[in-house]
Design a protein around this ligand. Structure first.
Ligand code: COA
Length: 338
């Protein structure tokens, strides 16, 4: 990965967090009733115990809108104050309009510019960085950044290699320009991002779009579901998330020893454990909720950030390290001063 040049002082702060998880719980036990797997296998290989599944009439924008309302309430901002909505998702409501436009309509944010970002599980941190650029250049002052997924719509429920891993949910943050010299908490100190399209085939949904439209001939092979080389993905995830974390910390002028809490992408407890170990962070400084939700792709980090916030795990001044990895491959890391 090429080393990014050091970034100027960036005055964007997270001023509110929110999340929404669908009500329906699907446990490992439930899955073992329709594919050849077990709670024991899933728990030991991944750390996942259960995941949430959205209702048939619940679209990604519904999950995103509820998370957004909660983040706006926490931030004390009205929908009219939102000038930018970015939704990170690989499960948009439709090819177009963007899911962000549906969110705009549902929450009544009539003054916002809206678009989606596609970077798979790194999507939220990509979107955060895009929003930060809008804010730091003076183009916008207040933005909603949302990670939202209905991955159950992309899962092949007959493929035990993948169906046990994923779930639905949404998380959101409100970010706002922080004035220089003020003591605003939630300030984003640094972000690094990377991509390697040469490895695109290792984790993808090959069908259902322009490359391979669904036809009567191919529909039975389910090309419009998640295909993944699990072991390869695992290796790259550990390497890239570690590198990205170290770079984001370096740019912020910090080291892993300064980190009060790391909030990693929630894909696999073993991936998270390997990164924490290499960073020298003890388990109490690593946030995990994947046992409850599985991998919700772009939603994992904002959901975990909201839960950590609500649980009182973030104190003013804490250094919080966010780090993600996903299809593309893509990866990203941000350091936030809470
Ligand atoms: C998917 C993953 C959990 C599989 O764990 P693993 O230890 O690598 O397991 P393997 O792929 O080596 O498979 C081992 C065996 O378990 C089997 N298996 C796979 N899924 C299973 C399941 N749900 N239940 C029971 N057995 C399963 C495999 O068929 C294989 O059997 P075989 O040896 O007879 O061929 C792991 O590779 C992983 O988490 N990868 C990263 C995935 C990820 O994070 N993706 C998203 C990134 S954003």
């Amino acid at each position: 990965m090429s080393k990014p040049s050091s970034q100027p002082f960036c005055a964007s702060s997270i001023i509110g967090t929110g999340s929404y998880m669908p009500e329906k719980v699907m446990t490992n036990e439930d899955i073992s009733k329709f594919v050849d797997t077990s709670d024991e296998w899933i728990t030991t290989r991944t750390g996942i115990k259960e995941r949430r599944i959205a209702a048939a009439d619940e679209a990604t924008s519904d999950l995103a809108s509820e998370a957004a309302r909660r983040a706006m309430a926490a931030a004390g901002v009205t929908a009219e104050e939102i000038q930018l909505i970015i939704v990170a998702t690989v499960t948009p409501d439709m090819f177009f309009p963007s899911t962000a436009c549906f969110v705009q309509k549902k929450i009544g944010a009539s003054n916002a510019v809206c678009f989606d970002v596609s970077a798979a599980c790194s999507g939220f941190l990509y979107a955060l960085q895009v929003a930060r650029h809008f804010i730091n250049t003076g183009n916008r002052t207040t933005a909603l950044v949302i990670g939202a997924e209905k991955l159950s719509s992309l899962v092949n429920w007959k493929d035990r290699n993948t169906c046990v891993l994923f779930g639905d949910g949404a998380g959101a943050v409100v970010i706002r320009r922080a004035e220089e010299g003020t003591d605003a908490s939630g300030r984003v100190l640094s972000t690094v991002m990377g991509s390697d399209g040469n490895l695109a085939d290792l984790l993808k949904v090959p069908g259902g779009a322009s490359f391979c439209p669904i036809t009567p001939e191919n529909v039975a092979t389910r090309p419009n579901t998640i295909h993944m080389e699990g072991r390869e993905t695992f290796k790259h995830a550990v390497t890239r998330m570690l590198e990205a974390s170290q770079q984001a910390l370096e740019i912020a002028g910090l080291t892993a020893a300064d980190v009060a809490l790391v909030i990693p992408h929630q894909a696999n407890a073993r991936i998270i454990g390997a990164i924490a170990e290499r960073l020298g962070l003890p388990p109490e400084r690593v946030f995990m909720n994947l046992d409850k939700y599985g991998n919700t792709s772009a939603a994992t980090i904002p959901v975990a950030l909201d839960e950590a916030n609500k649980a009182g795990r973030l104190n003013k001044g804490d250094v919080v390290l966010l780090v993600a990895f996903g299809g593309g491959f893509t990866w990203a890391s941000s350091v936030v001063r809470w």
